[in-house]
Design a protein around this ligand. Structure first.
Ligand SMILES: Nc1nc2c(ncn2[C@@H]2O[C@H](COP(=O)(O)OP(=O)(O)OP(=O)(O)O)[C@@H](O)[C@H]2O)c(=O)[nH]1
Ligand SMILES: [Mg+2]
Length: 453
């Protein structure tokens, strides 16, 4: 009934073929991929990444081999097949589910006759597309140039052939044509700029610490639902999207906890299996925020087939950025899509196995379980961060009293002829700052975590 004309009115997205390598046989059935995913599932994840980059996946191919070919990764037979297929299907590029060496990259492009992208390049492209802030753009550009530099030899002129499409976003065509020396110079400058950003952020954090409000950092695999959760908990509207890496730039907002204690919540970039090392390094300024959080809320998509791989990847990255020691609460998100009994079972399994100090099933979408999550966050913060102290403040110390109200949680207050007596839950840093006003030691020894506002 439908005529062939006019079916696809939308601007054509770039078309690509995905190709992966299965070297399982060598390892007697165990997955040979570093990320620990079977090659088929790894290809599926790559397809998801490709559509997040705005590409249309025309087809996928998996080759089983004893070992990767040093020259072309895939066997030459498969490469020829890809060449024919790519031409026939009018592909804009071929996407390889591995990271390619510079020479494999060149050889494949020559043999297949169209641009070839590897997994890292695709991830870099998505980052480039989603980077909004100046810092975000600097970080992506640095990662892209670091990736490009060793691949520049012998392909300077070819670079200009690639249009403004996937794999070429970010640094831009003209910069890609610059010689190595110029790229090195640019890298040095970007590194310097980013060092400055880090220094500024560090300063901002230490200012935040002198006005001690604990930060809770959301982290997790890309698409786990961090931004959806962030929006619900802080009544914000950061972009939440089914595409991967919707969030790049960190956002911080006030979090309302049941105790009413001032707390900040931060949302930031998601992680992925085998996150390119250049990205981890380039995103140091962003990831440092996570590293210094008082508490990490690790969000995992309970419905993800590979959620175990996802959680261990996230924990791996946390380790790399020095955040492995921070207390962690695990949120099994998207519980609305799961059987309630299965949710409960997983929470029990997680608690018993000690996945995190607390495990909570929740739905950022429906709000189910978020009350429990907030209670748990409150308790964790109270235990780790707040101490109850009794202060005696002369009337003239209005600023100190204001600080207690603003940055602590005042439990009770009494006035007499000499001044004001305040019982408050405060962070150790605020307690230090206010130490000279502290009333007799032990005045308020019990129940530091019990107060309700
Ligand atoms: N059914 C259901 N969908 C959810 C839930 N939480 C998030 N989603 C959906 O999952 C997708 C990803 O959500 P985001 O909040 O953007 O995920 P994210 O972890 O911030 O992802 P990145 O920023 O890309 O790393 C979106 O399509 C959301 O609507 C949930 O509790 N239930
Ligand atoms: Mg997000």
């Amino acid at each position: 009934m439908q005529s062939g004309i006019g079916i696809d009115q939308t601007p054509p997205s770039e078309r690509c073929i995905l190709a992966g390598l299965d070297i399982r046989k060598l390892n007697r059935g165990a997955s040979a991929l570093p990320g620990g995913l079977p090659p088929e599932q790894s290809l599926d994840e790559l397809a998801e990444l490709a559509s997040s980059a705005g590409a249309e996946v025309v087809g996928m191919a998996l080759q089983t081999r004893e070992k990767p070919s040093p020259a072309t990764l895939l066997g030459i037979g498969k490469v020829r097949e890809l060449q024919a297929w790519a031409a026939e299907a009018h592909c804009d590029f071929v996407l390889i589910d591995r990271d390619l060496t510079p020479s494999q990259h060149r050889n494949l492009e020559r043999e297949i006759g169209c641009p070839v992208l590897d997994r890292t390049q695709l991830i870099l492209d998505i980052f480039a597309k989603h980077a909004r802030s100046k810092t975000g753009r600097l970080q992506v550009e640095l990662a892209q140039l670091e990736y490009l530099l060793p691949r520049l030899a012998g392909r300077g002129s070819e670079m200009s052939r690639l249009g403004g499409g996937i794999g070429t976003r970010g640094p831009g065509e003209t910069k890609l044509e610059h010689d190595r020396r110029k790229i090195r110079g640019r890298i040095v400058k970007l590194r310097r700029d980013l060092r400055r950003v880090r220094a500024t952020r560090r300063l901002q954090r230490s200012n935040r610490d002198s006005v001690p409000v604990p930060t809770v950092a959301l982290c997790g695999y890309t698409n786990a639902g961090k931004s959806t959760l962030f929006n619900r908990l802080t009544r914000s509207r950061v972009v939440a999207d089914a595409r991967m890496f919707a969030t790049l730039d960190p956002t911080i907002r006030k979090l309302r906890t049941p105790s009413g204690k001032p707390t900040l919540l931060s949302d930031t970039v998601g992680f992925i299996r085998d996150l390119p090392p250049t990205l981890i390094e380039a995103f140091a300024a962003t990831l440092e925020e996570v590293g210094e959080a008082a508490l990490i809320v690790h969000v995992v998509d309970i419905t993800a087939e590979n959620r175990d791989v996802h959680t261990s990847e996230v924990n791996g990255v946390l380790k790399k950025i020095g955040a492995a020691q921070a207390p962690q609460i695990l949120v099994l998100n998207k519980s609305d899509l799961n059987d309630p009994e299965e949710n409960e079972r997983l929470v029990e399994v997680g608690r018993a196995a000690g996945w995190a100090r607390e495990v909570v099933a929740a739905s950022a979408k429906t709000g189910a379980g978020l009350d429990v999550l907030l209670e748990v966050v409150d308790a964790a913060l109270a235990e780790g961060l707040y101490v109850r102290r009794q202060f005696r403040l002369p009337f003239r110390e209005g600023a100190a009293l204001a600080a207690l109200y603003e940055h602590g949680k005042v439990v009770s207050r009494q006035e007499d002829a000499e001044g004001i007596e305040v019982l408050a839950d405060v962070t150790p840093a605020l307690a230090d700052r206010m130490a000279r006003f502290e009333a007799g030691v032990g005045a308020a020894a019990d129940g530091a975590s019990r107060s309700r506002g």
